[in-house]
Design a protein around this ligand. Structure first.
Ligand code: SF4
Length: 261
């Protein structure tokens, strides 16, 4: 969200709605920690994910938090990781890609080979994002994401609790019914750290070479893999309604879980 469109905290109605939704989300997180252990939160470090980070760490919930370091993240994202650790006095669990897979990709496609074809880009995402995500989720009963239904037409089918058939575990999205304004009210009201790129027209932030700022009127995901056509863009990290179908990124909103990429 651009700085000039950040909502006013004097809006009582909005503040009340956020307080009520925050209480519900927190109750859900407590229930999840009790009923689905071991459970992890895949923290992409997007705005929504910082809301959940604040809830989990401030409340001391028994929910692990991890992020994926693709090795190509913007400096601002690494700065946010450090700021969050300082703020909450906790250490983020960071999963890095297997070096042999990255080396294999670079040897075959070149250091920036992901620009050359959709297949090459998917291969890079597989090595740097998807394989580490699968490792992070291994042995867990459930995972938590910061997905919101309002982020796109596709995500309007997003359920707060669903079964993730691809990863064979329960997937929970406590902010499924939150609006973007509500997310930013929460962040501002609780002084939660967020990625500085959000203030520079980056609503959705992934790897540095694959993310650009958007122009007024552009879709929030227009800055992701901008050189590809909407039809070929894929996130590869999330499924809709448990189907083993990759989601076109043109239909996927900001804050893709595990999209610390
Ligand atoms: S977003 Fe770009 S750099 Fe990051 S893993 Fe995917 S292709 Fe590679």
């Amino acid at each position: 969200m651009q700085r000039d469109s950040i909502p006013d905290l004097a809006d009582i109605e909005l503040m009340t709605a956020v307080a009520e939704k925050s209480a519900l989300a927190l109750r859900l997180l407590r229930d999840i920690a009790r009923d689905y252990a071991p459970v992890v939160f895949a923290n992409s470090l997007g705005a929504e994910d910082m809301v959940l980070t604040d809830m989990i760490w401030r409340e001391g919930l028994d929910i692990g938090i991890f992020s994926l370091d693709t090795g190509r993240l913007p400096a601002e994202t690494y700065a946010l990781m450090a700021a969050a650790e300082r703020r909450y006095g906790r250490r983020l669990e960071v999963f890095s890609p297997r070096h042999e897979l990255v080396q294999e990709f670079v040897a075959g496609h070149g250091i920036n080979g992901f620009y050359d074809s959709v297949e090459a880009r998917k291969a890079c995402c597989q090595a740097r994002k998807i394989e580490p995500l699968q490792r992070a989720l291994a042995g867990k009963q459930a995972w938590i994401t910061g997905l919101r239904a309002a982020q796109s037409p596709t995500r309007d089918k997003l359920k707060t609790v669903a079964f993730d058939h691809a990863n064979n575990l329960v997937k929970i999205s406590p902010l499924a019914d939150w609006s973007e304004r509500e997310v930013w009210v929460y962040l501002r009201a609780n002084d939660v750290p967020y990625n500085a790129l959000h203030d520079r027209n980056y609503p959705s932030i992934g790897c540095a070479p694959c993310t650009r700022a958007i122009q007024p009127g552009e879709d929030v995901r227009a800055g992701r893999w901008w050189w590809e056509t909407p039809e070929t863009k894929e996130c590869g990290l999330h499924l809709v309604d448990g189907k083993l179908t990759r989601i076109a990124t043109s239909k996927v909103g900001a804050g893709d879980t595990a999209e610390a990429a």
